[in-house]
Design a protein around this ligand. Structure first.
Ligand SMILES: [Zn+2]
Ligand SMILES: [Zn+2]
Length: 302
């Protein structure tokens, strides 16, 4: 699984940074979190294709997080998309997407399925889930947790041999959770598999101030992508507008014990984001300040 940052600027784009758009590549699929204006062009400059996007999760309806969606949906049409596109967001998502689809002379030739999510809701996407929880911002907003389901445990070759199961296709069937029969004896997967292994977990705050629920939801995440609108010096101002400082992002990362903190949504006032990085680094060591097109590999924990 890989995270590609398509836009890392807060509120409006700068010559170096586009507004929010975070692509998570997982197998053949791309899951897109937020879709600021110009996200489709950022896709073209990245190694991903927007045609791979299966699901879009919007955090809230400030322009810098969703205005790229109408253009993206229209281009998908030009590229001959047939597969359904799912769009999720806080209350009003369905109505908003209907509006965006009716702008100008446009008719989508593929199905667009929009759904309002309430905090606490979980979308089952097969091998992974995406859960929404409430962000603390100036307008209703959601933060998201992408979490893979548990994987079967590691196959114990020695055990399988000792039990007298011949190597070959029976091993893959056991690995896939099936029981197999050898010489009249039935073997269950748990006889040759170790304990189930956890999947990977990514948390994205969207625009939010730090809060207790966020710390709880981010606990043990491999990657926490956090609003870092200001440096520590302007923290009070950032909080007044429902944002976090990079120092606060560092505090959340530390309390939640995440693997890696990635700072994003930097205010355009910072031409050089060094203070933002340093303020976070002072409280939490494993930190990255995302530039546009930054790639973060998320390996399996074991
Ligand atoms: Zn924003
Ligand atoms: Zn906002």
């Amino acid at each position: 699984m890989q995270i590609v940052f398509l836009g890392t600027s807060g509120s409006w784009p700068t010559p170096k940074r586009n507004v929010s758009g975070i692509a998570v590549k997982r197998g053949p699929e791309v899951i897109l979190f937020d879709c600021g204006e110009g996200t489709q062009r950022q896709f073209m400059a990245s190694k991903l294709s927007f045609m791979q996007v299966s699901r879009v999760f919007l955090t809230h309806y400030h322009g810098d997080h969703f205005l790229g969606l109408p253009g993206l949906m229209q281009s998908m049409n030009f590229f001959g998309r047939e597969a359904a596109l799912e769009v999720y967001g806080p209350a009003g998502c369905e109505a908003l997407v209907l509006q965006l689809l009716s702008l100008g002379h446009f008719k989508a030739a593929y199905p667009v399925k929009a759904r309002d999510l309430t905090p606490g809701e979980r979308v089952d996407c097969g091998e992974y889930t995406v859960s929404a929880f409430e962000a603390v911002h100036t307008v209703p907003g959601l933060s998201y947790v992408l979490e893979e389901k548990e994987r079967p445990g590691r196959f114990d070759l020695e055990k399988a041999k000792a039990l007298g199961i011949p190597p070959g296709p029976l091993y893959s069937r056991l690995q896939e959770g099936e029981s197999v029969t050898v010489g009249g004896k039935t073997f269950r997967p748990e006889q040759v598999l170790g304990p189930p292994r956890r999947g990977r977990k990514i948390v994205y705050t969207g625009d939010s101030m730090p809060h207790e629920t966020l710390v709880a939801m981010a606990r043990g995440a491999d990657v926490l992508i956090h609003d870092a609108t200001s440096d520590a010096a302007l923290e009070e101002k950032a909080n007044r507008y429902g944002h976090s400082s990079s120092r606060q992002a560092g505090m959340v990362a530390k309390e939640a014990g995440v693997g890696l903190l990635v700072l994003t949504h930097m205010s355009p006032r910072y031409e050089d984001p060094a203070t933002l990085f340093n303020d976070a680094k002072a409280v939490f060591d494993r930190v990255l300040l995302a530039d546009d097109f930054a790639e973060v590999e998320v390996p399996y924990p074991d």
